[in-house]
Design a binder for this molecule. Sequence first.
Ligand code: MN
Length: 241
Amino acid sequence: MSNHNSGRRTFIKTTGSGIAAGIALTTLPSWVIAAAAGNSFTQQPLPYDYKALEPVIDAMTMEIHYSKHAAAYAKNLADACLAEKVDTNSAKLEEVLRNISKYSAKMRNNGGGHYNHELFWQCMKPGSATKPEGKLASAIDQGFGSFDAFKTQFTDAGKNRFGSGWAWLVLNADRKLVIGSTANQDNPLMDISEIKGTPLLGLDVWEHAYYLKYQNKRPDYINNWWNVVNWEFVQKRFESA
Ligand code: MN
């Protein structure tokens, strides 16, 4: 009996520390295995419920966005990787994006689409609006004059993106914060991008991101979106970039 108990305790301790030892990985859904392995090519679980960002982003928009649009980018990226012989177990998605001019349009659209959405989910969190703190707050003040001035400039980048695309806060090669936007699913990691650097914060301004709730009022979507930005996450990206 005491042997049984200590065995059970060991098992719990092991599973708590990472990948569930003792459970056959092949019986788990593929995204769980990929998440355990840290595979950047596959869709990770959404870090909150579909309804968690209401009223800013409604549950139906989140569900369709994550389980249809973003899931399709991940699936089509997997197809492109097979066709173009990218080994997703050893390659890094960021490296593929940095050299995207050497790959197909399918890789560009879906590699970008997948990367951008994985980042986008993490750039948001439920709860009330916060502000950047620490080194990021100082860098924003230095780069844009104030947090409000930064917000205005970023909002304009999203509002003025014609058609589909993204607005970005980027740390460039000179370690300066810059704001810009990209068309379609391009992003600042890509060698073909006009704005280049490490994306710290991204905003999806495709109609699929807001149309059910906001229809043609993209500026209202952006203004409300500031209330769900996960500044802790953006700060961590800034400090580790
Ligand atoms: Mn999207």
